[in-house]
Design a protein around this ligand. Structure first.
Ligand code: DC
Length: 237
């Protein structure tokens, strides 16, 4: 019998985590969970239900009345609220503006941490990506990785993404927002953004996307081999 394998990838915004995690999962034949999308879905719930994003108790009630799920049959897996696929709506500016505040609430985090553990219990080969996956949610994960990059590089990447979406971009402002969001994610008492103790680090500042995924794949296969864990994912691990 194969034992469950969880690979966690954490790090600040703009390191290329989501795309790299998605590509890594595909190469290994694993499922992939984007936990930032879950926080974004709760932010959208607050907007659509006209709940003040600072009102933690009202958000908790709304979450308990709603069904947040992940449809693993689409690629990449799609986040759903009450059975509705939220698509790219969760990436819009109004959601991005309030999501850090939403993610600072204890009542929100306990619910999403539980939902993430439920997903892991049903997906025995999982790459999960976020801010607290290796430190809080899955501290015993088989492989825990921290992805980082200089703030200027992350701001440039985020600006390019926005330009591709047809938006006008002031890169200096994007940099200021990234620095502010990092400080807020690092400084909060609930699930703060920090490198998990003992995690492997990769700095993506000077690496192409393909090189990041290659490094991740090599690292994961090496760690699985060292841990004597067979993943059935080819290539020797
Ligand atoms: O990765 P992202 O930009 O989609 O994340 C959205 C927000 O959710 C961001 O402010 C960090 C927060 N987040 C978190 O607190 N914990 C996670 N596991 C994932 C995301």
């Amino acid at each position: 019998m194969n034992l469950p394998i969880i690979v966690t990838i954490d790090g600040p915004a703009g390191t290329g985590k989501s795309s790299a995690a998605s590509e890594l999962a595909m190469r290994l034949g694993f499922d992939m969970l984007d936990t930032g999308a879950m926080y974004r879905a709760v932010a959208l719930l607050s907007i659509e239900s006209a709940i003040d994003p600072a009102d933690e108790a009202a958000l908790a009630v709304a979450m308990d009345r709603s069904q947040l799920s992940v449809d693993f049959s689409s690629r990449p897996p799609a986040i759903q609220l009450n059975g509705r696929n939220l698509h790219e709506r969760i990436r819009d500016a109004d959601v991005t503006q309030i999501v850090s505040l939403i993610a600072s609430h204890h009542e929100v985090r306990v619910r999403l941490v539980q939902a993430q553990r439920e997903v892991a219990a049903q997906h025995e080969r999982l790459v999960t990506e976020g801010r607290d996956q290796g430190s809080v949610v899955f501290p015993d994960a088989t492989v825990r990785i921290w992805l980082d990059a200089r703030a200027e590089v992350r701001a440039h990447r985020r600006s390019e993404e926005l330009r591709l979406r047809g938006e006008q971009v002031d890169e200096a402002r994007v940099l200021a927002e990234i620095i502010a969001r990092d400080a807020s994610d690092r400084g909060r008492s609930e699930g703060p953004l920090r490198k998990p103790v003992g995690a492997d680090s990769i700095d993506t500042s000077n690496l192409s996307f393909a090189a990041v995924v290659d490094d991740l794949e090599r690292l994961v296969r090496r760690r699985l081999h060292e841990a004597n864990v067979g993943c059935g994912c080819g290539g020797g691990a």
